[in-house]
Ligand binder design. Structure first.
Ligand SMILES: C[S@@+](CC[C@H](N)C(=O)[O-])C[C@H]1O[C@@H](n2cnc3c(N)ncnc32)[C@H](O)[C@@H]1O
Length: 245
């Protein structure tokens, strides 16, 4: 897979590596790209393109999508805020499309990933196979609420599902390491309130932080600089960091 960048428009395109490359800036024949796997090539309109190798993040843009995936702004903060490292064991649910699974698998020692829907498990498995990160991931078809008490030595429990309280109601003291986190990813404030109020009534959990990560890209060109279209700052979900006491 390659990234082709038009040097005039500064627009980049992902080229999957099969057949001729077509874009609104014209066509480039497959054999031209194969002959120049890196460097500068010209298309039939005389437009110059830089060819470079696609990195993992470029490739993930082409990952198979099922349900809504987590974005880098949220994933990066979760990893930094919970102290995720190469020694960590992560348990997550639901796997969905596998975006969070792929991210955690690159940092953590081990990822146990639960998904209740068989069609979503197939999507995640396809993505794990294509990104070759399935070695430290165990993908399990099932309801995490029924299995969580069997899991041990968890450093991060990540829940991207509608009713996290159902999981917190289980006895997690033998599953999640003391002082470590359950992070819940919730699109609506009603879900957040329910979770935080539940934690308040227990001696086991401290809802330490509720946050929303605001991300704003800027367009900079010559003397002009302004924030990009509002869509970029759209709400994704709230993050609730629940510490296991
Ligand atoms: C929004 S998606 C998760 C997206 C995923 N985090 C990603 O980055 O691609 C939510 C997923 O949770 C699954 N799910 C819901 N309840 C579940 C449960 N109790 N156990 C396991 N998976 C569950 C759903 O089937 C759905 O695929």
């Amino acid at each position: 897979m390659k990234v082709l960048t038009c040097l005039k428009s500064r627009q980049s395109y992902l080229y999957k590596g099969e057949g001729d490359f077509h874009s609104k800036e014209g066509k480039i024949e497959e054999k031209t790209i194969l002959e120049h796997p890196r460097g500068i090539i010209e298309n039939h309109l005389g437009k110059r393109f830089a060819v470079c190798d696609a990195n993992d993040k470029d490739k993930e843009l082409k990952m198979k999508r099922g349900p809504q995936i987590l974005t880098p702004k949220d994933l990066g903060y979760i990893a930094a805020r919970t102290g995720l490292s190469k020694h960590s064991k992560v348990v997550e649910a639901g796997a969905g499309s596998g975006a969070a699974t792929l991210f955690f698998s690159k940092i953590a020692k081990e990822v146990q990933s639960y998904e209740i829907r068989e069609d979503h498990v197939k999507i995640v498995q396809t993505n794990l196979n294509s990104f070759c990160t399935d070695k430290n991931v165990n993908l399990i078809l099932g309801d995490i609420a029924e299995k969580i008490e069997e899991e041990k030595d968890i450093d991060l429990l990540f829940l991207d599902l509608p009713e996290p309280v159902r999981i917190l109601e289980k006895n997690l003291s033998k599953s999640v390491n003391s002082g470590h986190y359950v992070v819940c990813y919730l699109p609506s404030m009603t879900q957040v309130s329910e979770l935080v109020n539940y934690c308040k009534d227990t001696e086991q959990y401290l809802a330490e932080e509720v946050s929303e990560i605001i991300f704003r890209k800027w367009k900079v060109s010559g003397n002009i600089a302004h924030p990009e279209h509002q869509k970029e700052t759209d709400h994704t979900a709230f993050l609730v960091f629940v510490r296991v006491l």
